[in-house]
Design a protein. Structure first.
Length: 206
């Protein structure tokens, strides 16, 4: 791709580093921004700068938040006996969009993947186990994507808490095997939350 401007080329190269954005799409976005009033691009750069500098992780569930506690964790109308374990922030948004879950969340920040060099110590599993062992939680729902890595992570956490008097469940397999949770439609995901099954059943393929 030949550029008539080094500044344009630099901008396209930076935008194309974003996930799912190729050079052609990056060029289209950069040219669009170039045609916008200057204040429009200023709004965008200011928003991104503030996002990077000021956004926090909720100290309780590790969801993205503007405050020490996210809006979900600070909502006392939620069911404190239920905790839904998800991989990342996008999965919190996906489950919330179903309007079928009224408990709290715990964001792991990924899933165990030896191939990618991600072990339990790279995730927030220790924090989750400590939270569960405090004794106020009655049911833990595993809502990780139904992939090999997701199942491995579920099983690892399960072994840490199986001695406790808890209901440990996983979302029903209305979600296709190998699919990422965030791409499931809201109806399917909502039904998977409502019709969750005991985790032990999933170990036996049932």
């Amino acid at each position: 791709m030949n550029f008539s401007s080094k500044l344009l080329e630099n901008a396209v190269n930076e935008v194309s580093q974003l996930p799912g954005i190729g050079k052609r799409t990056a060029l289209r976005l950069v040219l669009y921004l170039l045609k916008q009033p200057e204040e429009r691009t200023e709004y965008l750069t200011t928003a991104l700068r503030q996002l990077k500098a000021e956004v926090k992780l909720c100290k309780q569930c590790y969801n993205i938040s503007d405050q020490e506690l996210c809006e979900i964790c600070s909502n006392q109308n939620r069911d404190a006996k239920l905790i839904c374990v998800v991989e990342d922030i996008r999965d919190v948004m996906a489950v919330e969009n179903t309007a079928q879950f009224k408990g709290y969340y715990h964001v792991l920040g990924g899933k165990i993947s030896p191939i990618e060099g991600i072990g339990p110590h790279n995730l927030t599993i220790d924090s989750l186990v400590r939270k569960i062992r405090q004794g106020t939680i009655e049911e833990v729902i595993f809502a990780l994507s139904p992939t090999m890595e997701g199942d491995t992570t579920n099983f690892y956490i399960y072994k840490q808490i199986e001695d406790l008097n808890l209901n440990i469940s996983t979302i029903a397999r209305g979600i296709s095997i190998g699919n990422e949770l965030e791409y499931a439609d809201e109806v399917t995901l909502g039904r998977s939350i409502l019709h969750r099954i005991p985790f032990e059943n999933s170990l036996n393929g049932g």
